[in-house]
Design a protein. Structure first.
Length: 253
């Protein structure tokens, strides 16, 4: 058996959470023939999750991470519910089967190229002021960042971000169907392109169990990034609908 570890913390530090549940948890991903056994130790808010497996491969790290975080959060969330505390779990370090430690940093660098409405050197300050002044907008932005920060939430968070943008664009008092149409017209988005995001969120949003392929969650996130970038362009132009000559209609491939 090979052993790997995830190290982290429960925040905020003053909570000093200790969990007495030390049973091992077995998990199997039948699709890839991966069997895992986890033991989670949490003492004074310090986390050490050990995972044992017959065949650790680096390409499966995402699966190990997701399950380790799920198991740890379930325990901490149960304590949070009992105590009425707002607690957060952060896994910060991965130790491989050879004992080599590396930091954990959730990121998708492919999304960076999709953000063209501003750079950190140009346009950031002006756009930042607009985001700060609009609670629905910074909440939509928070949804998208959460989509790449936490497993299992991307479909719901991306769809919710689109909902928030819809209300930001739509004329007050319009019904839902008209609001979606106004968003599509303002940002040059075909209905099917947008429904790809909202339709895939339906089952997880309503608490229905089921598996969504990683290719789908990746595409949902990518499309949401593109639409948010277009909204920023719309905002820069004083809430004027984007010109189709500069922003061609977004359509399904």
């Amino acid at each position: 058996m090979q052993s790997i570890h995830f190290l982290g913390r429960v925040l905020p530090p003053p909570a000093r959470v200790t969990v007495s549940f030390n049973q091992s948890i077995k998990w199997e991903e039948a699709d890839i023939g991966l069997a895992m056994e986890f033991t989670c130790h949490i003492e004074n808010s310090k986390i050490d999750i050990e995972c044992r497996t017959e065949k650790y491969r680096s390409e499966h790290l995402g699966e190990f991470y997701r399950r380790a975080l799920d198991i740890c959060r379930a325990q901490v969330d149960l304590i949070a519910f009992k105590m009425g505390w707002g607690l957060t779990v952060v896994l910060e370090t991965f130790i491989d089967s050879n004992g080599i430690a590396s930091p954990i940093f959730q990121k998708d660098e492919g999304l960076a190229a999709l953000c063209t409405a501003f750079s950190l050197d140009q346009g950031f300050g002006e756009l930042c002021a607009k985001v700060i002044q609009s609670v629905p907008l910074f909440m939509a932005l928070r949804d998208l960042v959460a989509a790449i920060s936490l497993p299992h939430v991307s479909l719901v968070d991306c769809a919710r971000a689109m909902d928030r943008l819809k209300h930001l664009v739509a004329t007050p008092g319009t019904n839902d169907k008209q609001a979606w149409q106004q968003l599509q017209q303002a940002l040059q988005i075909d209905e099917a392109y947008l429904k790809y995001i909202t339709d895939y969120s339906a089952n997880p949003r309503h608490g229905r169990p089921g598996h969504t392929p990683g290719t789908v969650t990746t595409e949902v996130t990518r499309r949401s990034w593109v639409i948010m970038n277009r909204y920023f362009e719309y905002l820069k132009r004083g809430n004027v609908a984007l010109d189709s000559s500069e922003f061609p209609l977004l359509v399904n491939p």
